[in-house]
Design a binder for this molecule. Sequence first.
Ligand code: ZN
Length: 304
Amino acid sequence: MSNCPVCLSEASEVFSTACDRVRGRFEERWTILRCRTCGFGWTDPPLKEEEIAACYPAGYLGDTLKIMSEFRLGNLQRTRSWRRETEKVRLVERFTTGGSLLDVGCGDGKFLMALDGQRWKKTGVEFNREVVQLVNSTFPDLQLIRGDLFSEELQESSFDVITFWHVFEHLPGSRRVLERARRLLRPEGWIFISLPNLESWQARLFRHNWYAFDDVPRHLYHFSPNSLELLLQEVGLRLITHRFFSRMVNMHCLKHSLIHWSEEQFASRIPYYFLKPLLLGFPLIERMTGRYGMLTSIGQKPYR
Ligand SMILES: [Zn+2]
């Protein structure tokens, strides 16, 4: 077994296996290795960088055309999926209320759309060329760049906020990515990293049925609060706080993990319906013990 890529400890263990449920490939199994020292996890064998793009099925980002038209009709703003975006906005604005914001892996740009255009200068980077063209031609006040964080169009020391909403665990070279984010941030700029927490009760309880593993092998890494903090420190970013966010995504993940378990054990969803009421109390235990399923780590670039 290999050393931990974050803290270099030799004490790693097999945490679980996982298969690519998003693409319905049940025959291919991946191993999730976990460091016993810092809690960092990684998918083994790792994808080569040139293999990653091919692992994203067409339509992975959903129906962008439909989302655009629903937004213009005002229907999108009444949906659950929109509430997920506005709660992200509220979280960011608890720390800073305006400026230049970069959303990494912005997809169809819903989060950027939810930000107030008077107070925020909005930029997104997204790998999917078609989505970028579609969004840019529909919403001129959004500035989506096709590519990644290393795109030359992004200027160093030019952003007040950089956000990664369930994106960071998909990116190869976590250290290099954070290092680049630090350079793109202005002094005292903020970084928000939201991802599933490998240290959570739900990961431990559901193991291979944990919904966050549905996206393996695209989830290259699996973070614990401790390992994320170590990486932030290493590149010169200061961890301000770990938050239990978002509760809505947390519940979605819990629900689908329970469905996976129910279908695997009983070939039926009936046990899920019986046990579903227990899910209401579960996040309370997660919160009280600090081992929640969805983690958002908030950091800041020091002034000097
Ligand atoms: Zn480690």
